[in-house]
Write a protein that binds this ligand. Structure first.
Ligand SMILES: *Cc1c(COP(=O)(O)O)cnc(C)c1O
Length: 393
């Protein structure tokens, strides 16, 4: 009998020919500034572990203690019997940290975005969305069946115009943007977007996955960075990046959170976090308050590394944060740059279509607070060597 999945083989073959087929790199140590992947020690510029919390002693201890006390699983979804006191404690902790009424935690940032947008809007509603918003926002928009209006990247005027044109059209309006864009590292024009949302009575939603723990006082995110407290109805964050563990959350009014308890499908139909995850996230928020020097080091390293790449002549796009892309154009070239950097002792991932637009393929770097200056210098040396070899600089 013919294999009914043979078209997958054909597609994989095509990707191999094009040089965009990707093998998974396997991490054989902790996720840290230097890690072992596929048997090789490399400087890790490919994690979202901004503050080095994946291996922080306080988070480890909290996870172990919670496991000892409460076991390894929650046993159910939140709405059946899987809401543990640790989950409630974490949500209250985040709400206080973000200066909002309430918070609900999801299994991931992806689930938080997709679950929230799909829950609060329906087919008669409208979403006004930046063209570079994260895939989880896009999927949430599609799931909601609302009409999607995409505006050019960071174009406040265009967003305002769409909202103005929709003024007399029935349905709710949601204006949605990433706080920091994950592939370019630039910051969303939040003050302008918030004003546009207010002018037209739209709901404002911000995805702060890459800004929580990075921007704002003690890493409170972009709403704090721009001092927009009380003017953004829905703030999403992740516990999987700077927080170092796993999960996503939504912050807003008590009523928003209670509504999501009743209607957000990942909340209703997927099991809640293990106790170790909730406990280590709580510990992470303590660390954010107690060790602000981590954020300072993150930004010192960011400035140093970005300056080094620019001085070498690489195209680093419009980055303003610890995410610095090295844009090369074709996906095959990005993957080649990544492979050769790995041989020189640096892990930085090649990223092409569909994660970024065709012709904008890149190697994305993310420095962390725990990289030493010497590690960054070695990484820059590797970039210069391979960049010259490939004719990029
Ligand atoms: C990573 C990311 C997410 C998803 O977060 P996870 O917790 O990894 O699921 C959502 N939005 C943006 C902008 C991200 O970069």
């Amino acid at each position: 009998m013919a294999n009914p999945l043979s078209y997958l083989h054909d597609q994989l073959e095509q990707w191999r020919q094009e040089g965009t087929y990707q093998r998974l790199r396997v991490l054989e140590s902790e996720s840290a500034a230097e890690s072992r992947f596929d048997g090789k020690e490399v400087i890790n510029l490919a994690s979202n572990n901004y503050l080095g919390l994946t291996t922080h002693a306080k988070l480890r201890a909290a996870a172990i203690e919670a496991t000892r006390q409460y076991g390894v699983g929650s046993g159910a979804v939140r709405t059946i019997s899987g809401t543990m006191s640790l989950h409630m404690e974490l949500e209250e902790r985040i709400a206080r940290f973000k200066n909002v009424e309430a918070c609900v935690v999801f299994q991931s940032g992806f689930a938080a975005n997709a679950g929230t947008v799909a829950a609060i809007l329906g087919p008669e509603d409208h979403i006004i969305s930046d063209e570079l918003n994260h895939a989880s926002i896009i999927d949430g928009c599609r799931l909601s069946k609302a009409k999607i209006h995409v505006f050019p990247h960071k174009d406040v005027e265009a967003a305002d115009k769409i909202l103005a044109d929709l003024e007399s059209v029935p349905g709710r309006k949601l204006l949605i943007t990433d706080g920091v864009f994950s592939m370019d590292g630039d910051i969303g024009p939040l003050p302008g977007l918030v004003e546009a949302a207010e002018r037209h009575g739209a709901i404002m939603m911000i995805d702060d996955a890459h800004s929580s723990g990075v921007l704002g006082r003690n890493g409170r995110g972009t709403v704090d960075h721009f001092n927009l407290h009380g003017r953004v109805q829905i703030q999403v964050g992740t516990l999987s990046k700077a927080i170092g563990v796993l999960g996503g959350y939504v912050c807003g009014s008590r009523e928003l959170i209670e509504f999501l308890y009743h209607r957000a499908r990942p909340f209703l139909f997927s099991t809640s976090h293990p106790p170790a995850v909730a406990a280590s996230c709580i510990a992470a928020f303590d660390v954010l308050e107690q060790e602000p020097e981590r954020i300072q080091r993150l930004w010192d390293n960011t400035k140093c590394f970005k300056a080094g790449l620019t001085a070498a002549g690489f195209n680093t796009g419009m980055s303003e944060t610890p995410i610095t892309p090295v844009i090369v154009g074709e996906a095959a070239l990005a993957h080649r740059l990544s492979r050769e950097l790995f041989q020189e002792g640096v892990l930085a991932t090649g990223i092409g279509f569909p994660t970024v637009a065709k012709g904008k393929a890149r190697v994305r770097t993310i420095v962390t607070a725990t990289h030493t200056r010497q590690e960054l210098d070695r990484a820059l040396e590797a970039f210069r060597t391979v960049g010259k070899r490939l004719g990029l600089i």
